[in-house]
Design a protein around this ligand. Sequence first.
Ligand code: NDP
Length: 328
Amino acid sequence: MATFKAIVIDKAESGQTVRLTDFDEKNLMDGDVTVAVEWSTVNYKDGLAVTGKAPVVRRFPMIAGVDFCGTVEESSHPAWTAGDKVILNGWGLGETHLGAYAEKARVKGDWLVRLPASLSARDAMAIGTAGYTAMLAVMALERAGITPSRGPLIVTGAAGGVGSVAVALLAKLGYAVTASTGRPEEAAYLTGLGASEVIERKELGGPPRPLAKERWAGGIDAVGSTTLANVLSMTRYGGTVAACGLAGGMDLPASVAPFILRGVSLVGIDSVMCPLPLRQEAWGRLEAGLDRGKIAAMTSEIGLADVIEAGRRIADGQVRGRIVVKIR
Ligand code: NDP
C-alpha cells in the first residue's frame, strides 16, 4: 500500500475532525496529472476550512489546502510531462477536490499554470492564492482606467496576505497607497512594502454614510461588509473598487449613491474559477512585478504539522503577510 502524509478533514458526529495522517494513494480522485507537491500556503479560506468556521469543504474526507506548487510525476494531459513545474490555485482544490496539504495530488491538467521561469516553487507559494488574487484585482483596476495619476488607492486588510501583496504591487506600479489595518503596530511593515500612508481600520468601521468626503481613486478590498461600504462612500468621482474578500463579513450595508451620483464602479474578483488566460497573465505579471525582497519580508515558513494551528490563527486575523508550507 502506497501512502503519503496529508492534512485530512473528516466529518464526525461531534462535528468536524482535522488531523495529519497517512493517506492511501489509491483514494486520490480522478485526474490526468499526478503532482509531487512541494510547497503550499495558508490562505484565509484554508483557515475557514481547517477550523470549520465556514462550510468550505463540500466532500468528506477532504485533504485541505487550496493551492500548491510542485513537479509533475505522471501526465496523460497533452500540455504536461513528467518534470514540469506547476502551480494550482483554486478550481475547488480543498473544497470539492482533494487538496494541497499532501505530498501528492491528482488533478486536471487544465487547472495548471506553468511556474514562471525565474520564480522558485517556494516564491510562487509565498505569493500563493492571496497574491495571485491581489494581481487579479490590480489588473481589474487597470482595465477600469485607474492609473497612478488618478490619485491614491486604498487597500483594506492590508497586513494580511492579499493586502500585503496588493500594497507591494501597487506601490511598484507607481500608485500612492493608503494601507488600512486593525494592527497599527504593523505600520512600519506596511510602509516597508510601499504604503505611503497607514490608517486605522476603525476609520472605515463606522456606520456608512451614502456619500462621504472623496478620498481615494479606488481600492482593493479584502474585508467586505461595513469596510467596503465606507470605502465606496469615500471613493472619488469615477473611481473603481475591486472587492475580493470577506474577512470582516459577507454583507454589504451600502447605498447606491456612490454609483449613481459619483459614477463609482465596484468590480468583483474571483480567483477560483478564473479563466486560464487571465491566470497566466496574472502569474506572468507577478514574476516581473513583485520585488523578491518584499516577498521575503512578508513570508514565514511552517511544515505540514503546523498547518492546523496556522489555520486557526489566520481565521482569527492574526497572521501577518503570507505563510508558506513546506510539504516535502
Ligand atoms: P488574511 O487573514 O491574511 O487577511 C485578512 C486581513 O483582513 C487580516 O489580516 C486583517 O488585516 C483584516 N481583517 C481580519 N478580520 C477582520 C475584521 N473582522 N474586520 C476588518 N478587517 C479584518 O487573509 P487573506 O489575505 O488570505 O484573504 C483575505 C480575504 O480575501 C479573505 O476574506 C479571503 O477569503 C479573500 N480571498 C478571496 C479570494 C477570491 O478569489 N475572491 C482569493 C483569496 C482570498 P489587518 O489586521 O491589516 O486589518
